[in-house]
Design a protein around this ligand. Structure first.
Ligand SMILES: CC(C)(COP(=O)(O)OP(=O)(O)OC[C@H]1O[C@@H](n2cnc3c(N)ncnc32)[C@H](O)[C@@H]1OP(=O)(O)O)[C@@H](O)C(=O)NCCC(=O)NCCS
Length: 287
C-alpha cells in the first residue's frame, strides 16, 4: 500500500479558467464524457478535491455532490465521483488519497457515501468498505450519416422526471436535474410514462436519466431518440433488461464498459429505492 498520508489533498476553492483546464485535461486523458459545464456544476452544488504536483498542476481529482432530501426517514446521501488520476501518476497512491479525502468529507457531514464505479475504481472502493448494489452497462452508438425519425416528444417541464427520479432513487436531486436540463443543447423528453434527459457530452450526447415504470415504455422512448438524433450517443442501462438491450442492439449501440453502483452502509438504513423504474442512470458522475 502506498503511503498516502504524505500526499496533500486540498479542496479547490474556485473554478478559475486555469483550474477548469487542468480538471478537464484529466477527463480527456481518461476518455471520459464530461464537459467544462460538468465541473461548473460540481463547484456550484458540491466540492472538488485535488492533488497538485510540484508545479501546482492538478494531477488527481475527486468530487462530492450532496443529494437532496430522502423520500422516507433515513440519512441523506452524498455522491462521490470524478476520481481521476493523470495517467503518468497512476499507481503512486494519488487515487487512494483523493478518494479518502472525499470520503472523509461525506462522513463528517453525516451522510451515506454512494458512487458508480468503473472496474478500476471498484477495486479501490472495495478496500474502503463499499459494496456493489447492482450493475449497469454503458452502451455507445457512433454518429449516423442520416436519421429516419421525426421530431422528438418534448416534455412539458421536468416535474414528471423529478417525481419518478425521487421514487427510483429514494432521494430527490431536483437542483442537479434542473441544472442539467437548463444546459445549452439539453432537453427533457416524455413519451407516455417514460421520460428522459438528453445533454451534450464531450464525446457523445448522454441519454439519462431515463425513467419509466414499464421497461417497454423506456424502450419506445429510446427508439424515438435513436431514430431522431444523428450524433454519437451514450446511455447507461441497468443490467438484466432484455427489452432495452434488444432495442439498443437494433439501434446500433454496443456495450462499452460495466459499472457497479456501490454504497458504504455502515449500518444505516437508506430510504427505499425502486430501481426497476430506472431505465438509464444520469451518468456515473451524477447517480
Ligand atoms: C482508478 C484510479 C483513480 C486509481 O488511481 P491510482 O492513483 O492509480 O490508485 P492508487 O495508486 O492510489 O491505488 C489505490 C489502490 O487501488 C488499487 N488499484 C488501483 N488500480 C487498480 C486496478 N486496476 N486493479 C486492482 N487494484 C487497483 C491499488 O493496488 C491500490 O491499493 P493499495 O492502496 O491497497 O495498495 C486511476 O487508475 C484512474 O484515474 N483510472 C481512470 C479513471 C477511473 O476509472 N476512475 C475511477 C472511477 S470510478
Amino acid at each position: 500500500m502506498a503511503n498516502t498520508e504524505a500526499i496533500a489533498v486540498q479542496r479547490v476553492p474556485a473554478l478559475t479558467p486555469e483550474v477548469q483546464a487542468q480538471l478537464q485535461q484529466l477527463v480527456v486523458h481518461s476518455h471520459w464524457n464530461q464537459l467544462p459545464a460538468d465541473w461548473a456544476q460540481f463547484f456550484q452544488l458540491g466540492t472538488v478535491h485535488a492533488v497538485r504536483d510540484a508545479g501546482c498542476a492538478i494531477t488527481a481529482s475527486g468530487a462530492v455532490l450532496p443529494m437532496g432530501a430522502p423520500t422516507a426517514p433515513g440519512p441523506p446521501v452524498s455522491w462521490i465521483s470524478m476520481i481521476l488520476v493523470s495517467p503518468a501518476q497512476r499507481g503512486c497512491g494519488l487515487g487512494r488519497a483523493v478518494f479518502a479525502s472525499c470520503l472523509a468529507q461525506v462522513l463528517a457531514d453525516h451522510r451515506v457515501p454512494m458512487l458508480d464505479a468503473t472496474p478500476q475504481g471498484e477495486a479501490l472502493y472495495a478496500k474502503f468498505g463499499f459494496e456493489p448494489q447492482w450493475r449497469f452497462t454503458r452502451w455507445r452508438r457512433a454518429r449516423q450519416e442520416a436519421v429516419t425519425g421525426g421530431a422528438l416528444p418534448m416534455a412539458n417541464g421536468v416535474d414528471h422526471l423529478l417525481r419518478l427520479d425521487a421514487q427510483a432513487l429514494g432521494f430527490e436531486r431536483a437542483a442537479l436535474l434542473r441544472g442539467l436540463a437548463a444546459r445549452e443543447g439539453a432537453m427533457c423528453l416524455r413519451l407516455g410514462d417514460a421520460t428522459a434527459l438528453l445533454r451534450p457530452g464531450r464525446t457523445a450526447t448522454q441519454i439519462g436519466p431515463m425513467h419509466a415504470h414499464d421497461e417497454a415504455d423506456g424502450a419506445a422512448l429510446l427508439d424515438a431518440i435513436a431514430a431522431a438524433r444523428p450524433e454519437a450517443l451514450v446511455i447507461d442501462v441497468p443490467q438484466g433488461r432484455p427489452r432495452m438491450e434488444a432495442r439498443l442492439q437494433a439501434a446500433g449501440f454496443t456495450p462499452e464498459r460495466p459499472f457497479a453502483r456501490m454504497v458504504r452502509h455502515a449500518g444505516h438504513a437508506l430510504a427505499p429505492a425502486h430501481t426497476a423504474i430506472v431505465q438509464a442512470v444520469a451518468g456515473p458522475e451524477y447517480a
